[in-house]
Every structure is written in structure tokens, then in C-alpha cells.
Design a protein around this ligand. Structure first.
Ligand SMILES: NC(=O)c1ccc[n+]([C@@H]2O[C@H](COP(=O)([O-])OP(=O)(O)OC[C@H]3O[C@@H](n4cnc5c(N)ncnc54)[C@H](O)[C@@H]3O)[C@@H](O)[C@H]2O)c1
Length: 434
């Protein structure tokens, strides 16, 4: 796997820069470049003067709608059929849910669980290369086998989202698409703004104009508690001291949600997930790359905390998170906007979804050693100032009360399931465990 820190989350961004540098380096390249521009101008001229293109005239609208709609005209009947078939509801009173980030770790599990109980589900994902996209493709195949289709697109593409809302009357949106990861924000800050702020606003704009408006449940993060020292973290604790840009974009998302609820009557529920782990997980997370590195005999870094010995996390097993997500969808009250205008008060909720038993990272390593039957090589080092916090611990009493949320999997049991999946997924050597 390429170093996740060296690739952009929005594919193409860095490549453009490199490309430009190379083009300036030789006369032959310059000549080729000029002919390329000249041919391009002729093509653009012919296309714009074509009487059949029938697109809106403003430049930005023209560009993005052409991109989406041209793709539709190529694949329209088959593509639309797949969209419709994916959202078929089988359960009495089932929901029709658009799941963004469906090729991601949490998105795959949530989509599969919704489908299993008879809800209609359509996935949406841009398959970016923040981490090995082949893992996202494998999750996509898994979902396809259970009848969930993932539309490939970016949440910033309002035309594509609007088209989907024209085809399907979504009752709910489960919004999980985001640029995740705390440390990567130091390498590629704009990817966080692109997906977590601009992308969220783009999605909310489409939802607010939809008739009927869907109810939205979306992933915030425990990272919004930042440097808060009052433990366990409760929903009313201060969240104005983020320790990373990732946390700041999630906090911004919570404020943005407030606006769309207040002005447009969208029903919005934010779920603050606490370190989610499990099968089909994210390779950039410690439990995942510790497993890989322990098996490879590579040494792993364990960060020291001033107070605790080593840093500690409230690790939460994926099945518990999925139950919390489904119950947040089930209890989300309706949005009240009609034609983009609020007609009454709509719910605006925030819940912690954690496990409530923080575990020191050194203990996580001991559990992995026992399950893998391999002694880890460790290097204990000071926690660098890279966005990570020393300690997370959820107070889940609000979610218990209102969602009936009750996590049931402890770290030992959850890691056993993760390792079982990991060994079977990477066993043949066909898939490199990077
Ligand atoms: N896993 C955790 O421990 C954890 C903790 C707190 C919060 N969260 C949040 O939960 C959500 C799901 O996390 P995950 O662990 O499944 O991460 P993930 O990276 O596996 O999934 C996110 C998915 O969103 C897609 N995506 C990103 N930007 C997009 C865009 N602009 N348009 C369309 N698709 C886009 C990615 O391709 C990816 O498949 C995220 O919002 C994340 O911030 C996760």
C-alpha cells in the first residue's frame, strides 16, 4: 500500500502539480503541450457551438452538469435500473436510505445491516485513495452481492446528488463520507475542507431542496472534545478546543447542521463515534497497522501520555456502532421543510457512541500479541503534537436513554473477530497487507 500520507484524498490534486513541473522541463514537451492546447481549444469551440448540447449557460453550472449528465446519457437505462433496484424496500415500513461513504469501513457495515433488515439502500462514494482503494472495491463487491449498488461520485457534485433525489424519494440520509484520520490533516489539509465542510454543505443544500426532505444522520467524531479534560466526555462538555484540523472540520459540521436545522427544518442527528474498529476496518488506524507490523516483525510506536503511562482510547466495536446508527435513523424525527422552507421545528440531536471502557494502547498491543501469538517489537515515544489526544472516554447515557444504545463487545472479543477477518482477507498473498 502506498504511504497513506503521501496521497491526496481528492485524486488528481497532487498529480496536476507534478505534471506541470515536468512539462516545463524540455522544448519537445513544450511543443507537444502547445499542440495539445490548440487541439483542445478547437474541440471546446466545436462543442460550445453545437446546437444539441442543451446545457445551462453559466460556466460553472455548464461544466459540472455536463460532467454528470453526459455520464448518465451513456449509462442511463442500466444505471438508473440499478439505482431503483438497490432502493427497493422489502420490509413493512422500511426506509429508503442514501448512505454516503458506503465503500468506507462504517458505511459498508451500516449499508449491509440496513439491507439485511429490508430497507432500501443506495450507496455513494468517490473511492478516493486516502488508503488502499482495493479494500474499498472489495467492500463494494461485498455490498453488491447483497444487492446494494454504490454510485461513484463526490458529495460536492450537486448535480449528481440532485439527479439521485429526482429518481428516488429518500426518507433518510446516513452521511458517513468524510476525510477521516487525524494526522493526515498535516499533509493534506484541503482534503478535510473539501469533504468535511464543502461536501457536507453541498449534501445539505440538495437535501434541503428535496421534496420531501430526508432526515439526516451523520458521523461527527469524539475528536471534537479535543483538549477537554473533563471525563467521561458528555455531549454538553466544551468542544471549542480541537486538537486537529480533522476535529475542527467535524465541529464545523455540527455548527453547519445547526444552521440547516434552524433555517430549513432539516432533521439532523450527529453521532460522535469513539475509535471504531473491527473487520473490514481502516488500514490507517493503530489496531490495523499494529496487527500488520507485529506479523511482519516490524517495530511499532507506542505513545506515552503524561498522566497515564501510554495514551488510551475508548475502542468501540463496529457492530455496536452499527446498532447505534440504525437506531438513530429509526428515531430521527421528520424534517419539516417544504420547497426549501421550514414549516415547523425539526429535531437537532447529538449523541456519543462509545464503549465506555478506555484501554491503554500498550494493553491493546498485549491483547494483539496474545491473539496473534507473536511478541511485538515496540518503541515507546513521546506523543508528538500531530492532532492525537491522550485519552478518550464516552459518557453514553444520553444514547442509552434515547436510542437504547448498549455496546456489548469488549476489546478482546472484538479484536479476535478483527484478526480472524484480517488473516482470511490477506491470507493468499494475492492481497498485500501493505
Ligand atoms: N472509524 C472511526 O474510528 C471514526 C471515528 C470517528 C468518526 N468517524 C467518522 O465516521 C465516518 C466513517 O468513517 P470510516 O472509518 O468508515 O472512514 P472511511 O475512510 O473508511 O470511509 C469514508 C468513505 O467516504 C468516502 N469519501 C470521502 N470523501 C468523499 C467525498 N468527497 N465524496 C464521496 N465520498 C467520499 C471515502 O472514499 C471512504 O470510502 C467518517 O465521517 C469519519 O470521519 C470514524
Amino acid at each position: 500500500m502506498p504511504n497513506p500520507d503521501s496521497v491526496p484524498s481528492t485524486p488528481g490534486k497532487f498529480k496536476v502539480e507534478k505534471y506541470r513541473l515536468r512539462w516545463h522541463s524540455s522544448p519537445l514537451a513544450k511543443l507537444t503541450f502547445c499542440s495539445f492546447i490548440f487541439t483542445g481549444l478547437i474541440v471546446v469551440f466545436l462543442f460550445r457551438s453545437s446546437p444539441t448540447n442543451g446545457m445551462p449557460s453559466s460556466t460553472s453550472q455548464f461544466d459540472s452538469s455536463r460532467r454528470s449528465l453526459r455520464t448518465f446519457s451513456v449509462r442511463e437505462p442500466a444505471w438508473e435500473k440499478r439505482v431503483r433496484s438497490s432502493v427497493k424496500v422489502r420490509a413493512h415500513n422500511g426506509m429508503t436510505v442514501l448512505v454516503t461513504g458506503a465503500a468506507g469501513f462504517v458505511g459498508t457495515h451500516v449499508s449491509a445491516a440496513l439491507k439485511r433488515r429490508g430497507d432500501g439502500v443506495l450507496g455513494f462514494d468517490n473511492f478516493n485513495d486516502y488508503y488502499d482503494p482495493s479494500l474499498k472495491r472489495a467492500r463494494q463487491s461485498l455490498l453488491e452481492r447483497s444487492g446494494v449498488f454504490i454510485v461513484e461520485g463526490d458529495i460536492n457534485d450537486k448535480h449528481l446528488l440532485t439527479k439521485l433525489f429526482e429518481i428516488v424519494s429518500f426518507t433518510h440520509v446516513m452521511h458517513l463520507a468524510a476525510q477521516a484520520g487525524v494526522r493526515y490533516a498535516m499533509q493534506n489539509p484541503s482534503s478535510y475542507v473539501h469533504s468535511n465542510i464543502a461536501g457536507f454543505v453541498s449534501l445539505l443544500e440538495v437535501c434541503k431542496s428535496a421534496n420531501p426532505q430526508p432526515s439526516i444522520v451523520w458521523a461527527s467524531s469524539s475528536s471534537v472534545y479535543g483538549l477537554n479534560t473533563k471525563v467521561p466526555f458528555s455531549e454538553n462538555d466544551r468542544t471549542d478546543q480541537p486538537a486537529s484540523l480533522y476535529a475542527a472540520t467535524k465541529k464545523a459540521g455540527e455548527e453547519i447542521a445547526h444552521i440547516y436545522n434552524h433555517i430549513y427544518g432539516l432533521s439532523l442527528t450527529a453521532l460522535r463515534f469513539f475509535t471504531v474498529y473491527g473487520p473490514w476496518g481502516r488500514p490507517d488506524m493503530a489496531y490495523f497497522f499494529f496487527t500488520r507490523d507485529i506479523l511482519k516483525g516490524k517495530s511499532i510506536p507506542i505513545f506515552e501520555s503524561q498522566k497515564l503511562g501510554t495514551v488510551a482510547r475508548d475502542f468501540t466495536y463496529i457492530d455496536d456502532i452499527v446498532k447505534g446508527c440504525l437506531s438513530a435513523l429509526d428515531t430521527a424525527g421528520k424534517s419539516t421543510g417544504i420547497n426549501g422552507k421550514k414549516t415547523g421545528k425539526a429535531p437537532l440531536r447529538v449523541f456519543n457512541l462509545g464503549n465506555t471502557f478506555p484501554v491503554k494502547v500498550s494493553d491493546l498491543v498485549c491483547i494483539l500479541e496474545r491473539i496473534l501469538k507473536v511478541k511485538a517489537k515496540t518503541m515507546v515515544m513521546k506523543l508528538p503534537r500531530n492532532g492525537d489526544v491522550e485519552y478518550t472516554n464516552a459518557n453514553i447515557s444520553l444514547a442509552e436513554r434515547e436510542l437504547g444504545y448498549k455496546p456489548t463487545t469488549d476489546l478482546q472479543a472484538g479484536l479476535k473477530k478483527f484478526v480472524k477477518w484480517y488473516l482470511s482477507y490477506y491470507k493468499t498473498g494475492k492481497r498485500g497487507a501493505e
